[in-house]
Design a binder for this molecule. Structure first.
Ligand code: SF4
Length: 236
């Protein structure tokens, strides 16, 4: 285990049928994040107080379920912040014959390249110029990082997706119009309605995030012109 990283995993869903396409998976939630989205449903992970989960326990569970669980989702928080532990965890899991899916906000594209996940889910939050409103403190590199991550998504074809949380202040007409250019060549985009289920990172955001279903459908139809497939998940 890389030094200093033993407490990197803050949560663990032992098995899931829905988090990794066509794969029964285990889901590991890494602590910490380089954003502070007000609608985030994982405040304990983002603040680094969830867990810790012992990775040895995860490995022994997966060894006992060889042939049943065939993939692992590395999620968060933001897993790519764990520069040493993430590749270590991925290598160990791959050594058990499992595939890797990475969930990321795409702000550290070099980590995506290094990991070479079998499946990639990239969360796009708003216009790159607005990431400061989400707590990004990395400066102007944000846009370059997101565009680089989107090019990885394109290169992965059917093994990658873009996800957009439809939180009203961050997704408006102007964002959708910009996404039509940014997302050209992306195979699939999933829009996820903002919901209040449990604690939010910013509890006051509960009253500000709602977007009407007809608006989400209109945005979906607009963006569907630019990408191969655009769907809404978890509405209706
Ligand atoms: S929603 Fe994702 S990117 Fe935003 S603060 Fe939460 S874990 Fe970080």
């Amino acid at each position: 285990m890389p030094a200093g990283d033993s407490a990197g995993i803050g949560g663990w869903l032992k098995h899931s049928f829905i988090d990794f396409p066509a794969t029964v998976s285990t889901v590991l939630f890494f602590r910490g994040c380089n954003l502070r989205c007000p609608y985030c449903h994982n405040p304990l992970l983002v603040n680094g107080t969830a867990g810790p989960i012992a990775f040895d326990e995860v490995v022994s569970y997966l060894e006992r379920r060889r042939g049943i669980i065939d993939g692992a989702v590395l999620s968060g928080g933001e897993p790519t912040l764990h520069r040493e532990m993430l590749p270590f965890v991925a290598d160990r899991i791959r050594s058990l014959g499992l595939k890797i899916k990475l969930d990321t906000n795409g702000l550290l594209p070099g980590m995506i390249d290094n990991l070479s996940p079998d499946y990639l889910a990239l969360d796009l939050k708003t216009l790159p110029s607005r990431y400061g409103e989400l707590g990004w403190r990395g400066g102007a590199d944000c846009e370059a990082a997101i565009l680089r991550s989107l090019s990885i998504v394109r290169s992965m074809g059917r093994n990658a997706e873009v996800r957009i949380t439809m939180a009203a202040p961050f997704i408006r007409e102007i964002e959708i119009e910009a996404f039509m250019t940014m997302l050209q060549g992306v195979r699939v985009v999933y829009m996820q309605p903002f919901r209040v289920s449990g604690e939010l990172l910013d509890p006051k955001f509960a009253d500000r995030g709602y977007m009407a279903p007809e608006t989400i459908r209109r945005f979906r139809d607009r963006l569907a012109v630019a990408v191969e497939r655009c769907e809404v998940r978890g509405m209706e």
